[in-house]
Ligand binder design. Sequence first.
Ligand code: NAI
Length: 338
Amino acid sequence: MPEKELPFKVVLIDYSPELYSPVGFEAEMLAQAGAKWETYRCRTGEEVVSVAQDADVVAVQSVRPLLTREVLAQLNRCRCTIRAGAGYDSIDYKAATELGIMVCNAPTYCTDDVADHAVGLMLAAVRNIPRLDAALRKGRYARELARPSRRVAGSTVGIIGLGRIGSTTAKRVRGWDVTVLAYDPYVGQDHADTVGARMVDLDELLARSDFISIHCLLSDETYHLLSWDEFAKMKEGVILVNTARGPIVDENALVAALQEGRVWAAGLDVTEQEPLPPDSPLLQMDNVILTPHVSANTPESQRDLYRLVCEISIDVIQGRIPQWVVNPEVLDHLKKVD
Ligand code: NAI
């Protein structure tokens, strides 16, 4: 179908080739539903407004807060915003809801991949793998750097946030012969039973865990969920892994806990500031493993991500409510567009 005949428009405002680029099937998939597919690399709200003012669906890929209240108010036809990712803290949820715009996320595209990354960081940390590898590459056959290590079997893994990724991580680590504890105020023991975890309160998880892996969302409630008081309650020598969002952990408190040895090692795919500032003490610590917010990245997740974005867009265009609306309170006052 020639482009000009397509009555709808779906815009991805900020794809990043270094992370994910559309796979190639999107334009055809959307064209069959009557929509044009346009992709941009916007860096400012002004650019977003100029390319998406007449879009029916606007997808945002990065975690940069491009869909602010001011921008959303100028997207005249937009009935749905999609975070092409799981966390949707980059969309002004409250403003979208007030404006009658659905906010969707694409939460399932990388569940397995992030869980894999979390267990990878746990094992790499406990077995000192990055440190040993770096020494070998510098010509040091430094077997003493393998110490101290410790056996994983028999230890306790604490999972904060027993949603999709947290549950998948629990299933992965269950095979290590560990006790799995979980803290999540919104999940009950019935669900925890299905993944071999026991629900506990946060204090008990902190006190008992040898590994803590963070998998909750970032919200007002979880901002600095782990701060000075919480680090003080942790078991001496804990390994902390964060593949969720940096600001869930108070980084100053983490640095202090690493320096005094309460936290033995950390594996961080996310940090409070991304990229980390060059003077961050974390960059100097060889018991800290850092990756640049890439837990989700596999070719499989890339394909699943854009497929979900297209499916959600098609639902909106064809008048259905998509499965992944995260602001259901909007449904009784959806924006009307001619
Ligand atoms: P989910 O929505 O399935 O799970 C989040 C869980 O956090 C829910 O079970 C919820 O009840 C729980 N939660 C809410 N408030 C809490 C609190 N105060 N304390 C403890 N738990 C709380 O989300 P999913 O798919 O498991 O993703 C989790 C997070 O992982 C996302 O919000 C996102 O920020 C992050 N993520 C990071 C990626 C990366 O590339 N590093 C990629 C994908 C997701």
